[in-house]
Design a protein around this ligand. Sequence first.
Ligand code: NAP
Length: 319
Amino acid sequence: MTEPMFERVALIGIGLIGSSISHAARRKGLAKELVGSARTKATVDTALDLGLISKGYDNAAEAVAGADLVILSVPVGACGPITAEIAPHLKPGAIVTDVGSVKAQVVRDMAPYIPKGVHFVPGHPIAGTEQSGPEAGFAELFDGRWTILTPEAHTDGAAVEKLRAFWEALGAKVEVMDPQHHDMVLAITSHLPHLIAFNIVNTAEHLERVTDKEVIKFSAGGFRDFTRIAASDPTMWRDIFLGNKEGVMEMLRRFSRDLEELKAAIESGDGDVLYRRFAEARAIRRGIVAAGQDTAAPDFGRGPSQVAAKREADPKARK
Ligand code: NAP
């Protein structure tokens, strides 16, 4: 246990990310008091039942009163309207942050509403799963993962350092960059992979010569890994693509160019090009494992015994 870093932390949005912040903060005693609000009463009630917050509110404006840290963990499209709603109720000296997967648009939407004397430090933890809701969170989500902070040049340095220390105490490693650069990096590392996953799963569904049954039955050939990514929340991902149009379009242009090269190599039977490109891709995967960002275990560690054990532990999976 460490000394609480904040007296009162307000979680606005208590889904996968908001609930994981609560778990990780309580693990280390980082907040004297955790309070929160969500869009629906059902989520607030669940968060109270799970002990994620000690006080729940009907709206964000009431939840932020007296908080010295306010964390918006809502779809990026909701960040602007919520900031407008909470602005008059923010405590002077408070830090306001978010966890949105897009940064330039969130900064554009939120910054104009932040009152003088309140510190706005946008953030994005590069950690997640395809699950959502207050029950999906867990304390280890951020352990060893990166969180990117994108403060503006004039932002109070002490506030940035305090939020950095908070994320480090949650288990993350922290890097600071500008919002536009964040959006370019995430376009290739997260947004484009999700677009490809959504698309390939839909393409499989629209096939005529291969049945849906066959796609499901033989999915371990690679398709299954795309379906995990494609199971992510549609609202969240709609907002991400609307919010990072520039970054995604730039990466799509590059992706299409490289795909054309592979298509041409397959068409003309150029095995050298295919081998070279596949070998380069394999080296990237090895780099990710070497950097501790994924397991080296075959099939992401999903050995037959682990799959059987999970099925045993999860009654829903046994059906
Ligand atoms: P989530 O599990 O779906 O939770 C979203 C939360 O926001 C819920 O508590 C929801 O309340 C609330 N909410 C939704 N719309 C709202 C609105 N219009 N006004 C107020 N509250 C609203 O989502 P999440 O995965 O935690 O994602 C939250 C943010 O984290 C997103 O901006 C996303 O880009 C970012 N992020 C996600 C991941 C990931 O892998 N999931 C990773 C990094 C960052 P109700 O439950 O009552 O509807």
